[in-house]
Design a protein around this ligand. Structure first.
Ligand code: AP5
Ligand code: MG
Length: 196
């Protein structure tokens, strides 16, 4: 099964992915985490990505598509996996469709996590205090939200048209949100390992 999380910064894509990979016995592919690992290692890719990330801008699509293509090729053919932070533009979604077509895989669900703007800011300000993620400053959060609205939110309609979209209320505790995701999976008639 392949699941995609779409949603603005702070909506809980990473938090819910961690829960869902246990439930589905799936691999978590977070492009944000991959980029932060490259920065940590001090690679050329990491240095380049950092200039965009620190400003709340998207890293160029070509880098991201290559990164995901490499990871997908490394996965066992029947692995369950979930994508967190990719695709982030219509172009990336179309590239993903091509990659999946070549792998004879298809998307099972796209979960759009919806959370109030005030709550998103509250969560990210709190994370800035606790973890110090460099792109969680108020200015950069505002930029990331603008970029989400302009470049990523069109994915909602894109996946709606493909009848893959499941809108999930992202408000409440992480456990409450996960219970909604679990319900959406089970009411769809899919058991954790039933589809590829
Ligand atoms: P990325 O790391 O993907 O960041 P993001 O999308 O901005 O999202 P976040 O990770 O901040 O939020 P989240 O939705 O995962 O929420 P989380 O669970 O962490 O991307 C970072 C950057 O990398 C981008 O800006 C871009 O530059 C680049 N990039 C990545 N992918 C790219 C791509 N495909 N193309 C181009 N560039 C790309 O939760 C947030 C906080 O809230 C946490 O502290 C959490 O504990 C807390 N929380 C979560 N849920 C709840 C809840 N229900 N109640 C209370 N607190 C909660
Ligand atoms: Mg995240």
């Amino acid at each position: 099964m392949l699941v995609i999380f779409v949603g603005p910064p702070g909506t809980g894509k990473g938090t819910q992915s961690k829960r869902l990979i246990r439930y589905l016995d799936a691999v978590h592919l977070s492009t944000g985490d991959m980029l932060r690992a490259e920065i940590e290692k001090g690679t050329e890719l990491g240095k380049k990505a950092r200039t965009f990330m620190d400003q709340g801008q998207l890293v160029p699509c070509e880098i991201m598509v290559n990164m995901i293509a490499t990871r997908l090729q490394e996965l066992p053919v029947d692995a369950n996996f979930l994508l967190d932070g990719f695709p982030r533009t219509i172009h990336q979604a179309e590239e993903l469709d091509t990659m999946l077509g070549e792998m004879d895989r298809c998307i099972a669900h796209v979960f759009a996590l919806e959370t109030d703007r005030d709550e998103l800011r509250r969560r990210l300000i709190e994370r800035a205090r606790e973890e110090g993620r460099p792109d969680d400053t108020p200015e950069t959060v505002s930029r990331r939200l603008e970029i989400y609205d302009a470049q990523t939110s069109p994915l909602i309609e894109y996946y709606q048209k493909l009848s893959l979209l499941r809108v999930i209320d992202g408000m409440g505790t992480p456990d409450e949100v996960f219970a909604r995701i679990e319900r959406a999976l089970t009411t769809d008639g899919n058991s954790p390992s039933s589809s590829k």
